[in-house]
Write a protein that binds this ligand. Sequence first.
Ligand SMILES: *Cc1c(COP(=O)(O)O)cnc(C)c1O
Length: 449
Amino acid sequence: MNKNQLQQHDREHLLHPFTDFHDLGKQGTRVITSAEGAYITDIDGHRMLDGMSGLWCCNLGYSRREISEAIYEQLNKLPFYNSFFQCTTVPSIELADLLSEVTPAHMNNVFFTGSGSEANDTNLRIIRRYWDLLEQPEKRIVISRKNGYHGSTIGGASLGGMSGMHKQFQALDYIEHIEQPYWFGEGGDMSPEEFGVHAARSLDKKIQELGPEKVAAFIAEPIQGAGGVIIPPETYWPEVKKVLDQYGILLVMDEVIFGFGRTGEWFGADYYGMKPDLMTFAKAVTNGYFPLGGTMVSDRVAEVIKAKGGEFTHGYTYSAHPAACVAGIATLNILREEKIIERVRDTTGPYLAKRWAELADHPIVGEARSLGLVGALELVQDKGSRARFDDKCTAGAVCRDMSIKNGLVMRATGDTMIIAPPLILDTTQIDELVEKARRALDDTAKAMA
Ligand SMILES: *Cc1c(COP(=O)(O)O)cnc(C)c1O
């Protein structure tokens, strides 16, 4: 099929995730056909630096044969076996060992799933089981944050705080949402430090309002990813820690994006010095080569759920899929052997911080923020008042298209442009990324004038 035929068949038969089906029919999709290193190529031969690592997954880029060969070999040896009914497989045990090593010291058990959404559903099941076994069944409520993203199953989407999603389904009734630590959008006249404390105190307020005896857990991403790379003020997590310590409720950190090196530490929890009770992972664990997710379970929780008898009536056919597990093993081995995370921490992260910050001088950029190898640009019409161009987020959509035209994949979340490039980028490629982003901003400014 040629490009037009592919687009036509796509339109007729394929329903895409998070997509306006009506609009897609008008524009036609971009057909991505190949990838190499940190670059993707579409059917027209247009080559782009992938500033989003696929969908936050391909942190090692697209050319790691160690991973694809491990999958191929495993598929020929034992393509599938389940881990129900007292069975197990060698790759699942090896990956569980490896994960226990690279995650924080107090986390030594893993429950495997097929995706991040499923892992957050698993978290809901473990949280309830934990409090039931401790004979505190009144602890039912899970607190989450507005504009957080925790996946798209009913459980994941209920935990998430995206208002557009909540309009299209009926959320679970035991989840409550609090303020997000989004200083640029909601900080008003407060300093970032004041606002960080303020946003964290909204957790305390909510616990008081609900009654601490009813609250089971708090879930949050270390940094909101899909919400727009919202890096909380430095005061936020320390204050949250104080609140959690006071009440003893469980902390779930959703590390689906920030796990495996994005901040320059293995996990966001390491970066912020937090001690989560459960930790969701997915995406980069297999470098995007095979679907896999899971939740890391702390010793505090594992001791309770392992100590008492009675079946935990939860699991997925593809929990601990052997091919997914070997993909995870190969990915973690590369991260460790090639010291990729250390490089982000010591070299490429600081270099991106310096170069990305230069974009703040652009006339339509209200803020340029970054951490490790993740960054965001707030597009504004007026820098002083932080006023946007319009309330339809036109600037973001235009900038995304201009960026692609200039050979860089950036994503738009409203009028916030975000990047999360592969962790293998060198400083020359970071220069290329920043230069292409600047050209996209110039083109956007012209188009919006
Ligand atoms: C992507 C994402 C999820 C959902 O993962 P899926 O594999 O798409 O189900 C959950 N939490 C966060 C923070 C994510 O970014």
